[in-house]
Design a protein around this ligand. Structure first.
Ligand SMILES: Nc1ncnc2c1ncn2[C@@H]1O[C@H](COP(=O)(O)OP(=O)(O)OP(=O)(O)O)[C@@H](O)[C@H]1O
Ligand SMILES: [Mg+2]
Length: 435
């Protein structure tokens, strides 16, 4: 503004000074001509000479002023174009998504970062109502607008916005009032903080689980012994009760105590993640051992278990107890899922540097809604007292502790396949050191 005023003063100053100089020069030149050549002119001729002097100086002045104003205008236009380009360049280069909208939420500006974040093209939104505010965040935006209207700042607020696909994105938002001539706008700058929010939630979850693990370890230690003696007493009472009316109740009690013991064991398995004593280990013998050990459970459910393990005796750095626990968990889930007479198939295959193990069952499968949650600790669809919901959480911990990946593929009504990828110990690299 200050520089604009100075420029204007300079413009008028130069124009007036140069005009005065031109008049002075023309008058001086005419005086010289008159003095030199027309000294003896009569009064009328002299009069015309003065008139022509006036006309000449006016013409010169007009030509000069027109050229000067035109030059100045071109200069100002070039400057305007340059500052417009700079303004657009800055807007487009901004790493934050910049959105300018008015009081009725009509969009006036939408930069490249906003196109990337919200997946709306500029042409689709400019002139339209702001499409990114979820209904549940509207009141919050109204409150922020009132704050900036009062001259207060609204910086780094955490909120959410919609993208074009209707997906909610966690964003950090700053809002400012912006005035352009007689129009009032709001300048919203947002950046995607989904990853930060996810990490924070994960950290909270880990903290929660760590403190839960510590508590569980202590509680389990104290509960284990009384629980074992309780179970023993109940078993003795059941033996003594024979076939009288209490026998059924005692049987129920025994199975409930059994569940509590299993829950405590699982809780300990989940919370304690001891440093593993890994060594190169063939996986197929471990699977066969678990299948043998679980034979009676398969038989009681008339499960048809088939395997395809031959030829894949490549080794993995693994702790055998943990790998056995992993297969017990996955096979128990398959067994729980199938109806009597259902099928379970286990197969191994080599996939690049990994051993791929697939456990398929012909159970009821997992619904789309549940598939997101099955790895969450304590998520179970089994009736109370039947499932701890810790099986898959422990299984995933075991696989990731072995540098692998565990996934479930499931088609509701058809069955489920658990896929495990474990990195194999390469025989062509004997110098490799166990991690
Ligand atoms: N093979 C499968 N077929 C169908 N659903 C499965 C299968 N495996 C897991 N699930 C679903 O995932 C849920 C969580 O499994 P997870 O092993 O973590 O706990 P759980 O089996 O319920 O309890 P627990 O392992 O203590 O018996 C199960 O309740 C079940 O709904
Ligand atoms: Mg389970």
């Amino acid at each position: 503004m200050v520089s604009g005023n100075r420029e204007q003063r300079w413009f008028w100053g130069t124009l007036v000074l140069s005009s005065v100089s031109i008049i002075a020069l023309v008058f001086a030149f005419w005086e010289l001509v008159e003095n030199h050549y027309f000294r003896d002119l009569n009064y009328v001729s002299l009069h015309y000479l003065y008139i022509s002097r006036g006309v000449a100086s006016s013409l010169l002045l007009a030509a000069w002023a027109a050229w000067f104003v035109l030059r100045q205008r071109r200069h100002a236009e070039a400057e305007l174009r340059r500052s417009h380009a700079r303004y657009h360049g800055l807007l487009e280069a901004s790493p934050g998504a910049v959105v300018l909208f008015d009081r009725s939420f009509r969009v006036a500006e939408w930069n490249a970062a906003a196109e990337r974040l919200y997946r709306f093209e500029r042409a689709q939104v400019v002139g339209q109502t702001l499409p990114t505010v979820p209904p549940q965040r509207q009141a919050e935006l109204d409150a922020l607008m009132q704050r900036v209207d009062k001259g207060e700042s609204a910086l780094d607020c955490e909120t959410q916005r919609f993208d074009r696909a209707g997906k909610l994105i966690d964003v950090q938002l700053s809002l400012q009032a912006y005035q352009e001539r007689h129009h009032e706008y709001y300048l919203e700058v947002t950046s995607d903080i989904s990853e930060r929010v996810r990490m924070r939630e994960m950290l909270l979850e880990v903290e929660k689980l760590t403190s839960m693990g510590k508590m569980a370890a202590g509680t389990a230690h104290h509960l284990n012994t009384p629980m074992a003696s309780l179970l023993l007493r109940v078993q003795m009472m059941r033996d003594r009760a024979g076939n009288d009316g209490f026998a059924h109740d005692l049987e129920q009690l025994e199975s409930t105590i059994g569940f509590c013991q299993q829950f405590i064991r699982r809780l300990l398995d989940f919370s304690r993640r001891p440093a593993l004593q890994k060594e190169p280990q063939a996986i197929t013998p471990l699977i066969e051992a678990v299948l043998g050990f679980m034979g009676p459970s398969f038989a009681s459910r008339q499960a048809q278990v088939t395997t395809d393990l031959s030829g894949f005796d490549c080794k993995v750095y693994a702790e055998s107890n943990q790998i056995e626990t992993l297969f017990i968990i996955l096979l128990s889930n398959a067994l729980d899922a199938i109806s009597p007479g259902g099928k379970i198939h286990v197969r191994c295959l080599r996939e690049d540097d990994n051993l791929r193990i697939e456990l398929s069952d012909t159970g009821g499968g997992i619904s789309d809604a549940d598939r997101e949650r099955v790895f969450e600790p304590f998520f179970t669809t089994k009736p109370p007292g039947k499932g701890t919901g810790l099986g898959l959480a422990i299984a995933r911990n075991i696989v990731s502790d072995h540098g692998g990946q565990l996934q479930l593929r499931s088609a509701p009504g058809v069955g489920t396949t658990a896929e495990i990828l474990l990195p194999v110990v390469s025989p062509v690299r004997p110098q490799e050191v166990a991690p």
